[in-house]
Ligand binder design. Structure first.
Ligand code: FES
Ligand code: FES
Length: 141
């Protein structure tokens, strides 16, 4: 008569074996870096995306999180969800979806918020880089 399992095993696995831990070169023009912090607890999350310039598709993602287990698991899920998607598409990822996926309790909602914010910040960083490089490069015919 146990409680039904509301999550599949791989969700729990995000706590024990986070996916895509690492860093890309933040100066690489195809990389977007999102660095965000949670004022309440001081935890920090860095999430990076690698984008295919011609299609706008996110081809790879990684993260480094100095924070609680829920923040680490949330970043892990976030990197899995953004891979292979268009940039506009990942802007619609909501922290509540991540929280639901990991069955996070309400007190841990802000941990998943970090992941949503980090995705948005990474896309913004990538886009800012594109405007900068197209503005500053002189192309001679
Ligand atoms: Fe990995 Fe769902 S278990 S994203
Ligand atoms: Fe603050 Fe999890 S307790 S990010």
């Amino acid at each position: 008569l146990g409680l039904p399992r509301m999550y599949h095993e791989r969700v729990v696995d995000h706590y024990d074996n986070p996916r895509n831990v690492g860093s890309f070169d933040k100066n690489d023009p195809t990389v977007g870096t999102g660095l965000v912090g949670a004022p309440a607890c001081g935890d920090v999350m860095k999430l990076q995306i690698k984008v295919d310039d011609s299609t706008g598709k996110i081809v790879d993602a990684c993260f480094k999180t100095f924070g609680c287990g829920s923040a680490i698991a949330s970043s892990s899920v976030a990197t899995e969800w953004v891979k292979g998607k268009q940039m506009e598409e990942v802007l619609t990822i909501k922290n509540t979806e991540i929280a639901k996926h990991l069955s996070l309790p309400p007190v841990k909602l802000h941990c998943s918020m970090l992941a949503e914010d980090a995705i948005k910040a990474a896309v913004k960083d990538y886009q800012a880089k594109q405007t900068k490089s197209s503005g500053s490069t002189e192309v001679s015919p």
